[in-house]
Design a protein around this ligand. Structure first.
Ligand code: ZN
Length: 152
């Protein structure tokens, strides 16, 4: 019995994940909104819009949260938003992002929606309400997953 136990080397260093996300959620096998991530990889920030009641839904959904229709279409939100509110994160960053502290986060008005996001390329002191911000697509180097931020 003792001979059946496989011995493996203990890693010298354990690298924490960039995001606290243990599942490949962007894959179409794992999510019905994989189109969102495919669009983002092409540089397009998109969401779903209900063909029945015309509601623009955020985050992207497979069923309309307003009228329960599943007849949805993808719409492009564009690449330029407007800063609605902002703050600076100085502590308590998500796992793997501690080295980025301090960084700016904000609410961005885009396509009639308010999205929360990191705001890159600017210091907190230089941000202004109403300032234009541009879409920034970020890819995790470990596995190619993408997400969005905005930049000044
Ligand atoms: Zn609807």
């Amino acid at each position: 019995m003792k001979d059946d136990i496989e011995k493996i080397a203990q890693p010298e260093k354990i690298t924490l994940p960039q995001m606290l996300d243990f599942y490949p959620l962007e894959d179409e096998k794992n999510t019905r909104i994989s189109q969102f991530f495919q669009n983002l990889k092409m540089g397009h920030l998109t969401t779903t819009k209900c063909k029945s009641c015309r509601s623009v839904l955020w985050p992207p959904r497979v069923v309309c949260s307003n009228c329960m229709s599943d007849d949805l279409e993808w719409v492009n939100l564009g690449t330029e938003g407007e800063l609605y509110a902002f703050t600076e994160m100085k502590a308590g960053a998500p796992l793997g992002f501690e080295k980025d502290l301090p960084f700016c986060i904000g609410l961005v008005k885009i396509g009639g929606l308010l999205l929360s996001s990191r705001i890159d390329g600017v210091r907190y002191e230089d941000l202004k309400i109403g300032q234009k911000v541009q879409l920034k697509v970020v890819e995790l180097e470990n596995d190619g997953r993408v997400f969005y931020r905005f930049k000044v």
